[in-house]
Design a protein around this ligand. Structure first.
Ligand code: ATP
Length: 324
């Protein structure tokens, strides 16, 4: 009922909607309407009440509420069901639990804060409260397990596009899972899967975008390598809008990949990459290779030309890429 009242208030803006009209639409008493208005106010919605005129929505809180993400969302399946968390260890962990229970494909988990946000290889992803877009979603792709990497590439393309559409900023993709602005990380993607030999049971994609952080919001040890949209543009960006545009873009590229194969998204990825056609170092736990990042193959593996001329196929599992 709260959602319907919110929709009515939004539709009527910039005018008042009378309490009587809300009562009529919902077939409830004025007291019931008042209670829901109070509940919305407690969530941070600013609602003016004036006798004889009714209610007027004057402010929407900067929160990743499901009703805000769903407002105007035109995706077919992605983000149609949203699990909202004020604070959570990691949205990927929640999404994995939901997937194991058979949650619908496209189920989205959003959080205002992650206390144990994860990067690859057990690294930490810093997720300051109310500052970033932190979310994960569930897929049941009909791909073979080695093709799961493609979902990370689709996510990177969708994120770079969403960032560009919403802010005008051009972020570059660094293989395999980061977006860079000014050489610093603006966003990370962590794809985790449960699979058997031949098929993927479920796949969870986690995304952390640095949106409205100031430099001081990053711990000292990551500050030098991290940036945010606010640091880059000097302006606040809507975290909700970014999620909405991402969901639409991801779904578009995912559908294209299901229907036409991976060639179109790989081509787009290559156009947006900043870690191709340049010298790179591939860091492994106890050694490293330097070479020329020549291409990626059909499964998203990096093709590295070594100084001796040999072409090495690098899969993302245990390695980190450095631009040199
Ligand atoms: P690399 O950082 O070597 O390129 P990676 O791509 O595997 O490796 P990720 O696992 O994607 O790294 O991200 C984790 C790392 O990113 C952390 O070790 C930390 O250095 C950095 N980091 C953590 N939180 C943030 C953040 N909010 N913004 C930017 N960088 C961050």
């Amino acid at each position: 009922m709260k959602e319907i009242i919110l929709r009515l208030l939004k539709e009527r803006r910039p005018e008042y909607i009378s309490g009587e009209e809300i009562c009529r639409v919902l077939n409830v008493s004025r007291t019931a309407v008042w209670k829901h208005i109070q509940a919305l106010r407690e969530k941070g919605y600013e609602i003016e009440a004036r006798s004889r005129a009714g209610y007027f929505l004057t402010g929407i809180p900067d929160r990743l509420f499901p009703e805000e993400i769903g407002d105007g969302l035109t995706t077919r399946f992605l983000g149609r069901s949203v699990c909202y968390c004020d604070s959570v260890s990691s949205t990927n962990n929640i999404a994995k639990e939901l997937a194991a229970q058979g949650a619908a494909e496209g189920t989205l988990v959003v959080a205002e804060e992650q206390t144990g946000g994860k990067g690859r290889l057990g690294r930490q992803w810093c997720s300051a409260k109310y500052k970033g877009s932190f979310f994960s979603f569930i897929l049941y792709p009909p791909f073979a397990p080695p093709e799961a990497n493609i979902v990370t590439l689709i996510s990177a393309v969708a994120l770079a596009t969403a960032i560009n559409n919403v802010t005008g900023v051009v972020a570059g993709i660094k293989w395999p899972n980061d977006l860079l602005l000014d050489g610093k990380k603006i966003c990370g993607i962590l794809t985790e899967l449960s699979a058997e030999m031949e098929r993927i049971n479920y796949l969870v994609v986690g995304v952390g975008v640095n949106v409205n952080q100031e430099e001081s919001d990053f711990p000292e040890e990551v500050r030098a390598g991290a940036t945010s949209l606010k640091i880059q543009t000097g302006m606040e960006t809507s975290r909700v809008k970014l999620v909405q545009v991402f969901l639409k873009e991801f779904e578009k590229w995912y559908d294209i990949s299901l229907k036409q194969g991976f060639t179109p998204v790989l081509a787009r990825w290559k156009e947006m990459a900043v870690s191709l056609n340049c010298p790179v170092r591939i860091q492994m736990p106890n050694s490293s290779w330097e070479g020329w990042a020549e291409d990626i193959d059909k499964d998203g593996a990096l093709l590295l030309r070594l100084p001796g001329g040999e072409l090495k196929r690098v899969i993302s599992g245990e390695v980190s890429l450095r631009l040199v």
